[in-house]
Design a binder for this molecule. Structure first.
Ligand code: AVI
Length: 311
């Protein structure tokens, strides 16, 4: 019988694969253990990290217009729901939503956040779905009179490769057909602003990045010198993305179980991409995946945009 693979086994398999390949890179999803999730929440509060507060301000200012696009009796699906803070700014304006369906792989967090939301919105039907939303999943059936609408805030789509972003948008266009998607994107901007957002002076983003190795030590017994790696984040202008890497300060070896991986001085493990978009560029990407462009809401500095896409 095939046993389901545990989260730890999956991390071990993906880390071994990453360390064996060249260039070495691993999915940013491994940042988010208990400690990493807490560090990410701290990042969202940092003075240099503008995306969270800019998006919240847009939801606050234009939530009513966004709710108009969503329409009455909608089944609202949030992809990758975290603390469920942002959706409140939509729920406050929605007319008789049929249900709210937050989808997240982290079951314990999802259920706790859903229960808290339920206390604040007692009349709302909340149907949390524990699933990896990038993989095929079954949403609850919707009423014939209502539409299904997706909500994907946080510019999390920026952490997908272009191919993954297309796969996600194609899947979403199918399951939201007849409704739409409200999605947040981080805009292309002055590289110095991007650099500061991913190299904060308090060192929280560095700790978030380095936690990946700490996690390997905690969960997999990886052996290495904790001071042997440094946080590196820079804007790759041709590819319009921030890249985060863990860079080896000198020649060294990481051991995991029986296997050793040699790093040369300066060599990196690439841990994250965070793609930045123009509104036109993103609308063109979405059009190729089955969406048509609708209203957009941006801050005065054009740092962050929420887009309505009709499915
Ligand atoms: C979750 N995601 C949109 C964040 C970003 O900005 O790409 C993750 C992050 N990485 C470093 N700082 C924040």
């Amino acid at each position: 019988m095939n046993m389901p693979i545990s989260a730890r086994q999956q991390f071990a398999a993906d880390l071994h694969a990453a360390l064996s390949s060249r260039p070495r890179n691993i999915s940013p999803k491994y940042f988010y253990d208990e400690i990493g999730s807490r560090l990410f929440e701290q990042i969202c509060e940092l003075p240099e990290y503008y995306p969270t507060r800019t998006e919240l301000a847009l939801l606050q200012k234009y939530g009513r217009e966004m709710a108009e696009c969503i329409g009455p009796h909608a089944q609202l699906v949030e992809y990758g729901a975290g603390a469920l803070r942002k959706v409140r700014l939509l729920l406050d304006h929605l007319r008789e939503p049929e249900a709210f369906v937050p989808v997240d792989i982290s079951g314990a967090h999802l259920l706790a956040a859903s229960a808290e939301l339920g206390r604040a919105y007692p009349g709302l039907k909340i149907a949390p779905l524990v699933a990896d939303f990038t993989q095929p999943h079954d949403l609850p059936p919707r009423r014939e009179s209502g539409r299904r609408v997706g909500f994907f805030p946080g510019s999390s789509i920026g952490n997908f490769t272009p191919a993954e972003a297309r796969d996600f948008l194609r899947m979403a266009a199918q399951e939201l057909r007849g409704g739409g998607l409200l999605i947040g994107i981080d805009r292309i901007k002055e590289p110095a602003l991007l650099h500061a957002a991913y190299n904060d002076s308090a060192g929280v983003t560095a700790a978030f990045n380095l936690n990946l190795l700490e996690r390997a030590r905690r969960e997999l017994g990886a052996e290495f010198d904790p001071d042997g790696f440094l946080h590196s984040a820079f804007y790759n202008a041709p590819l319009q993305r921030i890249e985060m890497h863990l860079q080896s300060r000198r020649a060294q070896t990481i051991r995991i179980g029986e296997t050793s991986y040699d790093f040369a001085g300066g060599e990196t493990l690439h841990t994250e991409n965070s793609h930045k978009y123009s509104v036109d560029g993103f609308q063109a990407l979405a059009a190729g995946c089955g969406f048509s462009a609708g209203p957009v809401w941006s801050d005065e500095r054009d740092w962050f945009t929420l887009l309505w896409l009709q499915a």
